[in-house]
Design a protein around this ligand. Structure first.
Ligand code: ZN
Length: 142
């Protein structure tokens, strides 16, 4: 299924230009047109889905399998030392295009960006074990 108004669906169908890295029957990897680092790649399902929880099991497996295939190749091609693999799931988390996409961002020890944890620097809540257990209880009750 495609959304005719979705830019990533248009990339899947080659209706807008993109530079594809790899593709198979379930997912497509292409270079981000506004890269955060050289080689910044996005992996998307062929079928439109807004968020991770909207993916079919098949599309979910397809996306993460393509991530597994592309990461080592991208790492070697970019002479990277690591890779940030990230999903902004939902607008509150920073998702701008409403089609699930996994960011693959080649990293180097000296690139100065830090881990994903640096997004939350200075604003991390202090928690107790009972508070963590209460969260688990809420998750499992759904
Ligand atoms: Zn789409």
């Amino acid at each position: 299924m495609r959304d005719p108004n979705c830019i990533f669906c248009k990339i899947v169908e080659d209706k807008v230009p993109s530079v594809k890295v790899y593709e198979d029957e379930h997912a497509v990897a292409f270079l981000d047109i506004a890269p955060l680092a050289n080689g910044h790649t996005l992996v998307i399902p062929r079928n439109h889905a807004h968020k991770i929880e909207d993916l079919s099991e098949t599309d979910n497996r397809g996306v993460w399998e393509l991530v597994r295939i592309v990461v080592p190749r991208l790492t070697e091609a970019m002479a990277a030392e690591g890779m940030t693999v990230a999903v902004n799931n939902g607008e509150a988390a920073g998702q701008e295009v409403h089609h699930v996409h996994v960011h693959l961002i080649p990293r180097r020890r000296d690139d100065g960006y830090g881990p994903i944890h640096s997004l939350f620097k200075g604003r991390r809540p202090e928690v107790t074990i009972p508070e963590l257990e209460a969260i688990v209880h809420r998750i499992r009750a759904i």
